[in-house]
Design a protein around this ligand. Sequence first.
Ligand SMILES: Nc1ncnc2c1ncn2[C@@H]1O[C@H](COP(=O)(O)OP(=O)(O)OP(=O)(O)O)[C@@H](O)[C@H]1O
Ligand SMILES: [Mg+2]
Length: 470
Amino acid sequence: MTCCGKAAANSCWGSALATKHTRGSVQFECAECGFQSPKYYGRCPQCQAWNAMIESAAGEEDAAGDAAEVRPQRLSEIDPVRVRRQLSGMDEFDRVLGGGIVPHSVTLIGGEPGVGKSTLLLEVSAMLASRGMKVLYYSGEESAPQIKLRAERLKLRCDGIFLFTIGTLEDLKGHLREIRPDFLVIDSIQTLGSRKTSHISGSVASLRYVTAEIVEWGKQSGVTVFIIGHITKEGQLAGPKTLEHMVDAVLYFQGETQTDIRLLRAEKNRFGPLNEVGIFQMSERGLVSVSDPSQVLIQDRQAHLPGTAVFPAMNGMRPLLTEVQALVADNPFAGNPRRIAIGFDSYRLSMLISIIEKKLRLPFYKSDVFLNVTGGMVIREPAADLAVCQALVTSYKNIAPRPNSVVMGEVGLTGEIRPIGFMETRLKEAIRQGFSTFCLPSAQGAALNSHDISVFSIENLRDLLDFLKS
Ligand SMILES: Nc1ncnc2c1ncn2[C@@H]1O[C@H](COP(=O)(O)OP(=O)(O)OP(=O)(O)O)[C@@H](O)[C@H]1O
Ligand SMILES: [Mg+2]
């Protein structure tokens, strides 16, 4: 957990600042490697980075006051009340953060253009403001009237939100000192420059410098920070990978353009479980938390189609029923078949195809294979192996899966079906959604005894064919 209350936060960060600010003679610092010099260099003499020297903050007034007065505190003496999580009131948002917002934390939120990042954070800001919090919202992308228009469309009460559009880091620091907000939203980090890095604006070094300053400022002054970040074509947060190390949590906001479903996924969280997913629906009135996500994820499914399987995937501590789809198609250019996986590890897909070829004697080497986890979900658990195998085999053989069935189990290299974690939780969710036929690892299926469900306990991959025929 965090070690910080406001005072404690000062103690954590104060020593580093004291070191930085007492070197009065230093005027330039490399944003890449930290090399310091009284002289400006176009190319850093230490790491050879071009245009990375930034005028150091020596002599600048310290935002948190005199850092030298701050002393380390015993962990046992820190008041836990100060680190109690703040609920935003948006259930799915709080869930992804691990049960609420940790005070003084810094969270980076990335997402495709137009997915709803600004909408999400404006709604969260309004909810926090309605709970008596003061929020400073910086927007470098939209003007104040445009944001007001959105707030009116979403019917948000915005009394506690202070808006600041299109300025520099130095202006922002001034407003932070004056307003002293509880929360700061930066929309987006790519649009916030610093006067000190104006000669390298838009560069990786500038982005890193601005982020480091905000993180440092947030921790010193006890402000909780949300930073919106653009993502690249490959779906990664734009900018240096180190940005993700500098913040406490990294969330990705995703959505399929054809649907109104949006997923918020925790890729890194110092204070909560990983892979937790929050599910929202986008409407004219904004984002609404979905109360029964499993239902939403499988509601449009066409059951009994070849090439499908339903699997209860664990997202953080919550099981979500997810459909895995496969297409095994003849490849006329034999010799170089394609294996493409979306939402599943492609190496694991190749491994499962090889096991099927060897153990079930199905010649997949002549076919292209496409695998997709529907709804934009991502499955990272080996527990989904058997579901992937069912989707592949039923597509290849063009046979329907068992009606109302769920398959789960890890597949070993010898074709054995291995037990998986969270079996009870997954079963409960599937039964709650009306599934009644289960194909499970023998070690776990044998122990189940219920009149309401049919359980097929299987020991190896060959038994899957019997399950599909029965
Ligand atoms: N009247 C509306 N009814 C329904 N949905 C709307 C309406 N207006 C906007 N939206 C939704 O809001 C999305 C835009 O949201 P927002 O501006 O928050 O996205 P963003 O991720 O911040 O985008 P950018 O990367 O461009 O800043 C649109 O793509 C659309 O899905
Ligand atoms: Mg936006």
